[in-house]
Design a protein around this ligand. Structure first.
Ligand code: GAL
Length: 410
């Protein structure tokens, strides 16, 4: 338990008091939350909606990071058979759907909850388009953490969580030398995971300036960016041969079980530790690879609500969105998810120290837009491919740099 619900869902339930089981509002919700921690988190939303008299039809599409789910969602919307609600990340991922007029807006809820004032600008850039709100934000995830197994670190003599690349590499060397049989770095060898690691190294090496230079100015000529490629490739020696294709939660599982020491991953990994009954500080460690005062890169999730001709859909969508943004919904969901609520008016006094870092960043508005908010979806994909090719081949730093420069400008 990380944060405590402040109240019961009484107000929301009251809104449904007259809805009998027979009229239960069916809501098909597509998302990509299939790992243990993720499934536990989305279940909180599902049971809250059902308690309100609704009928949640869960439609998870496997594939961490959501690539497969997004394809299904977009095809369903374009084919005229949309789900009631669908998950996306904060990004440009659903911009085309907005332009094509496929989404209902959430202006009523936004007005009621005063999103204009309550939400940080960097979240609004993603969900508010041409003056209308098109998505409900459910959390704030920071993608660039390093997770560790405390017992393994103790055996290796690593006493401090690494907070820059030199410390990361020194700690990996210590594990390699002193704890034979344990894999220093758990990696799921899938493009999006290799990219999380790459961008974590980038943030550690150049902070906000480098982040904006690369993603906003599309300028990859700095020495910090070159060092990012060099450091990234150094990490390969610590990864086991079983990495290619591995799901992210299996890599987290290796750290949970002490088969591996570290993993670069977003704080959804914390949902797996929590789901396995582990405690932060005692069993596992979390460190921001770019140091504790790094700008907090906005990762996380929204739900959109596609237009539909079917009766009752709009009402079901309004209730789903209100529940997902409610204090109770945000607390219950985020407790299990490893993320933090997007609202600051909930009780966050009992949070662990990883979450406290995020809460502080959110309060101080120390937020930085994700690369996906700057780059076109095509460029995101091309850059991801270039990073993966570099990781998985013996391509030179110079050639990889050239390929990334072309990709980012698409
Ligand atoms: C991200 C999402 C997280 C987490 C992760 C792994 O895109 O924001 O909530 O689920 O994928 O599946």
């Amino acid at each position: 338990m990380i944060v405590r619900p402040t109240r019961l869902v009484a107000a929301l339930i009251a809104g449904f008091a007259l809805v009998g089981a027979a009229q239960a509002q069916k809501a098909e919700v597509i998302h990509w939350w299939t790992s243990g921690g993720e499934a536990a988190a989305i279940k909180e939303f599902a049971s809250m909606y059902n308690k309100m008299g609704g009928n949640w039809q869960d439609n998870p599409v496997a594939g961490g990071g959501g690539g497969a789910a997004r394809t299904v969602i977009i095809n369903r919307m374009q084919g005229g058979d949309p789900p009631t609600a669908a998950q996306f990340n904060y990004s440009n991922q659903y911009r085309e759907a907005i332009s094509a007029g496929l989404l209902n807006n959430l202006d009523d809820l936004a007005k009621k909850e005063n999103w204009d004032a309550a939400l940080p600008d960097s979240i609004k850039t993603s969900i508010k388009v041409d003056g209308h709100y098109y998505a409900v934000p459910v959390n704030l995830h920071m993608p660039f953490w390093v997770w560790s197994n405390k017992a393994v670190l103790a055996k290796a003599g690593v006493t401090k969580e690494p907070q820059n690349m030199a410390e990361v590499i020194a700690a990996l060397d210590q594990v390699k030398a002193k704890v034979p049989g344990v894999i220093p770095l758990a990696l799921g060898g899938q493009g999006w995971q290799e990219n999380i690691m790459f961008r974590g190294v980038m943030l550690a090496n150049g902070g906000k300036d480098l982040w904006l230079k690369v993603h906003k100015d599309k300028d990859l000529s700095s020495k910090e960016f070159r060092k990012t490629l060099e450091d990234f490739k150094k990490l390969k020696q610590y990864v086991d041969p079983g990495s290619p294709g591995r799901d992210w939660n299996l890599a987290t599982g290796m750290v949970i079980e002490g088969k591996a020491a570290f993993q670069f991953m977003g704080d959804w990994a914390k949902g797996e530790f929590i789901n396995a009954g582990k405690s932060q500080g005692k069993d596992f460690g979390c460190a921001l690879v770019a140091g504790p005062t790094t700008p907090y890169v906005i990762g996380g999730d929204v739900f959109v609500f596609p237009k539909s001709d079917k009766p009752g859909v709009k009402e079901a969508q309004a209730k789903l969105a209100a529940m997902m943004y409610s204090k109770e919904g945000q607390v219950a969901f985020n407790n299990k998810k490893g993320s933090i609520p997007i609202r600051t008016d909930v009780d966050l006094s009992k949070v662990d120290s990883c979450t406290a870092t995020g809460v502080k960043a959110l309060k101080e508005r120390r937020l930085l837009e994700a690369h996906e908010q700057f780059l076109a979806p095509d460029a995101v994909g091309a850059f991801e491919d270039a990073v993966s090719k570099f990781w998985n081949s013996d391509q030179s730093v110079d050639d990889a740099l050239k390929a990334m420069q072309v990709a980012v400008k698409r």
